[in-house]
Design a protein around this ligand. Sequence first.
Ligand code: C2E
Ligand code: MG
Ligand code: MG
Ligand code: MG
Length: 280
Amino acid sequence: RAKDAGRDQVCFFDPAMQTEVVARAMLLRDLRQALENHEFCLFYQPVVDGQQRILGVEALIRWQHPQRGMVSPATFIPLAEDSGLILPIGQWVLETACRQLVSWAQDPERAHWHIAVNVSARQLNQVEFVDQVTAVIDATGAPAARLRMELTESMLQDNLPRTIGKMRTLRQMGIRFSLDDFGTGYSSLSYLKRLPLDQLKIDKSFIDHILTDANDAAIAGTIVALGRTLGLGVVAEGVETVEQMRFLVDSGCEVFQGYLFGRPVEAAALGRSRESLATS
Ligand code: C2E
Ligand code: MG
Ligand code: MG
Ligand code: MG
């Protein structure tokens, strides 16, 4: 299959595809340099309760490319995953988030905030993952109870017992786990029960049309009820309007994330975003 001449020819003779391949190769070349060139930063998006008080934040990586400007993680994270660069990048995300937690620990208004980091399958599947996380917590002195990890359903497919073991060890340190983009993947309910999770994040795609699509509304309500049954918290992600929030509150949802409460911003700008929203 690797010697599939037809496939090579398609790549060679299709100019659009060749451009795409070259663009990816150039981006990958730049991505390899990005860490040492300090081109990454973390943005933080607030997670709020029903009174719109900040409970914590999700850390979202940003790449400031010297020529292209801001490159979306939707573009470069898949490239980082395919190339293995997600391992050093993920390590940098974890370290940066932990240092942020340490600095917030000094601030009475922020000491209770959690930071959720997105973890890739490649990271979690490393044999040394638990040791690496422990080393970062020890080196930074970060409060582990304020750290959360967001996993997706697809990454929990293989070697479930080993993954559960790692999650249990990390949970004993105080780290909490959320299942991100919930509802878009494939999980059986028995399997959901086995995972040592703390929270489900209802995917934005259900929230988008929650007011107009009866199916999406039913799915969101069902996830809230499921969370309650399994003893898990539920967060709605991608909440953009007051009407969506009201609907979710009526469905029993108690925690929210989305542009309505604040976009991802630099740490220094957190908490100021809502004031600017109110005055605009
Ligand atoms: P995600 O983890 O599901 O993160 C939520 C995404 O939805 C973020 O996009 C966020 O900016 C966006 N979002 C939040 N609220 C709203 C809203 O109200 N409206 C709209 N239109 N969008 C909203 P972002 O920052 O572009 O990140 C995209 C994805 O890239 C993330 O999806 C996550 O899967 C991945 N990612 C981001 N940072 C990291 C990281 O440090 N490590 C890994 N492995 N993946 C990351
Ligand atoms: Mg996430
Ligand atoms: Mg998400
Ligand atoms: Mg998502």
